[in-house]
Design a protein around this ligand. Sequence first.
Ligand code: PLP
Length: 285
Amino acid sequence: MIYLNGHYMPIAEARISPMDRGFLFGDGAYELIPVYSRRPFRPDEHLARLVHTLDGIRLANPLSLPQWRAVIEHLVSGNQGEDQSIYIQVTRGADVKRDHPFPKGVPPTVFVMSAPLVTAAPELLQTGVACVSAADNRWLRCNLKTVSLLANVLLRQEAVDAGCAETILFRDGFLSEGAASNIFIVRDGLLLAPPKGHLMLPGITYDVVLELAQKHGLSYEVRDILEAEVRAADEIWMTSSTKEVLPVTTLDGRPVGTGKPGALAVAMYSWYQDFKRTVMRGAES
Ligand code: PLP
């Protein structure tokens, strides 16, 4: 069951016009909310990020916060699986003609679906994952989660073509993030995270990782990270709602640190799994 413009229906019955601006221009916003044991994780934070994106692209938020929560709850209970991912997309709607400026009097298209939540296999902690790097050639508003993802798609494909898990992006000599993840590094026992800003998406998992670092007394710094620091790092981690926390063990074919998952990656992974068990599946909503 999905939600489309005020109605719940099977996905096979859902219809969107080819004139939809999401299709024609990539003119829209999206969010992905992981659901554990039928409990959406930090829905308010995800919805705040959606509202931030909608504000950033001058698209009025079509639903109130309680309405969004109700749609999410309805889909979580109406779909199978204890763990799901709720995908939300809002576009600037379908006009009768193709024209760049905002259409007048056209309602937005609001689509929400549930899919099984597929997280990284635990075995990956033993090996880590391989990554390639590329110049970050996306636009300068990477803090917005917009459906115009062509640059991310092309960059991520570079990793797939090389048999790797992710493409790590550098802009003007500094680390920004992955094509679909945030990136952290460890140097001399210190965890480093690039600062939030218009050059990267503010990940909800990024926040969790820094909270867990704080809670467990792992020192960290949030600051600009040079590409050279990444290439000389003892550890590199990638994080996202679906990848969770994954150690990167090779970058562009060269080993990261010892070439094996580092001690702090292993520690963070286990703190994260513990957090998932106790908080995500437990009392917090
Ligand atoms: N950066 C980009 C470009 C992403 O697409 C994503 C998630 O899809 C992230 C970072 C991680 O965000 P989150 O931790 O909220 O999943």
